[in-house]
Ligand binder design. Structure first.
Ligand SMILES: Nc1ncnc2c1ncn2[C@@H]1O[C@H](COP(=O)(O)OP(=O)(O)OP(=O)(O)O)[C@@H](O)[C@H]1O
Length: 408
């Protein structure tokens, strides 16, 4: 379900916004517009649907418009044109009262430089927003304690914020944002100022927290690794324009243009491409109770296979059968295959990354069965060579390889 809808959004900085907007619509370049109007186009024609409960990452180089986009969402800046619908309200046109309400109840922001009051204690900082809202001391402290527990700050409540390390300060920032249990968390380069080790730790903790919280999180970063690690989906921005939106796998295997392709060039694909990209759907199978050794042996011989998955009428994976065992059955004139069905070997889910599939294949030297939640059979990851081959390829090439594997 969508939580935030952004439609035809433009943000222009400068005195002559309307003129700049007109010129942009006429197809003038940003450089021309800057020269003639002195205006900067920070966000141009952004259209996005951000789903409830997802971590949506906006990624791009410095100056690409990420912060501007985020600041439009909570109206720290007013968009020049377009709509931002949150819970049915267009934030871009909300009254002051609606805005205050939305900032109190719906959204909270975590900043890169923490935005804390250095000479107040941890608990005072966390409860500060609530204090501004006129929330009484007892409720404030209850909420602050709850948020502190969430982010692992228990025991630090009376410490001055200025005495804390960067990582701990950012925990305070996060706790402050969470204190009011907002529906939407806006995080602007929230971990970028932290040491690499602490940064990784905070990313892990955010992911762990999110499995419990299920907030809608819009996370800004200029770091591709961070985007891939955190984002359920990623939007890539360049010069104020959203050039692609997708899962990290989609962005890697189907980059929208050369810019995105060059951006993701050096990413380790085996950590991102999943079984679903390389699964061979509707492969040859043995049908439990329906097919005897004769039929199955014929199927295997036709394709030169020595092992087949066995599925039942409901397409659940029952096990696997080997050619040599079936030949034995045939010798003994046994008509059903029950006695030679082996427990299925290695199964993985569609979202398993190749990095985790390769060791299984190397260990067993056989295909991997791909299954759903209830062991429903989804297909096979056919050849170890295919898995190794696809890691550097884009979607079209992968499709071709899978097709060829099917023709074996
Ligand atoms: N208050 C402002 N007045 C004028 N121009 C601005 C203002 N804020 C941002 N800009 C311009 O808008 C464009 C987008 O900036 P923005 O800060 O949104 O990018 P960003 O991708 O978040 O970059 P960074 O990672 O460096 O923060 C830039 O060209 C920037 O110079």
């Amino acid at each position: 379900m969508s939580k935030i809808e952004i439609k035809d959004l433009y943000l222009i900085f400068g005195a002559e916004k309307s003129r700049a907007f007109r010129k942009l619509k006429e197809g003038k370049s940003k450089a021309e517009i800057l020269k003639h109007t002195g205006c900067t186009i920070a966000v141009q024609d952004a259209n996005l649907t951000i789903n409830e409960g997802e971590i949506f990452v906006v990624m791009g180089l410095s100056g690409s418009g990420k912060s501007s986009l985020l600041r439009c969402i909570n109206r720290l800046v007013t968009p020049t044109h377009g709509e931002i619908i949150i819970n049915g309200t267009d934030i871009s046109k909300a009254s002051d009262k609606q805005l205050i309400n939305s900032r109190r109840k719906t959204m909270a922001m975590v900043f890169q430089n923490f935005g804390l009051l250095p000479h107040k204690t941890v608990v005072e900082n966390i409860g500060f927003g609530l204090e501004l809202q006129g929330v009484d001391k007892e409720t404030r402290e209850d909420k602050a304690m709850y948020a502190m527990k969430l982010v692992g700050l228990e025991g630090y409540e009376s410490q001055m914020v200025s005495e804390l390390s960067g990582g701990m300060q950012q925990r305070v920032g996060l706790a402050r944002a969470l204190a009011n249990d907002p529906e939407v968390l806006l995080m602007d380069e929230a971990f970028s100022a932290l040491d690499p080790l602490i940064r990784t730790q905070m990313q892990d903790e955010l992911l762990a927290l999110q499995t419990k919280m299920k907030k809608t999180i819009v996370f800004i970063t200029h770091d591709l690794d961070e985007a891939i690690k955190l984002g359920d989906r990623i939007a890539i921005m360049k010069d104020g324009v959203i050039v692609q939106v997708g899962t990290s796998e989609e962005i890697l295997t189907e980059p929208a243009n050369n810019y995105v392709a060059s951006f993701v060039e050096n990413v380790d694909r085996s950590k991102i491409i999943t079984a679903s990209s390389i699964v061979l759907k509707d492969p040859i199978v043995a049908r439990f109770k329906k097919e005897g050794p004769e039929v199955i042996i014929r199927k295997m011989r036709r394709k030169n296979l020595t092992l087949l998955p066995v599925v039942d009428d409901d397409n659940l994976l029952v096990g696997e059968v080997y050619l040599e065992d079936l030949l034995e059955l045939r010798k003994e004139h046994i008509k059903n295959i029950d006695s030679v069905i082996k427990q299925f070997g290695h199964t993985v889910r569609e979202n398993t990354v190749i990095e985790d599939i390769i060791p299984l294949m190397t260990k067993t030297n056989s295909p991997i069965w791909v299954v759903g939640e209830n062991k429903e059979f989804k297909g096979i990851v056919p050849l170890s060579s295919l898995v190794f081959e696809v890691t550097g390829k884009d979607k079209k090439e992968i499709d071709k390889l899978v097709q060829n594997a099917q023709d074996l």
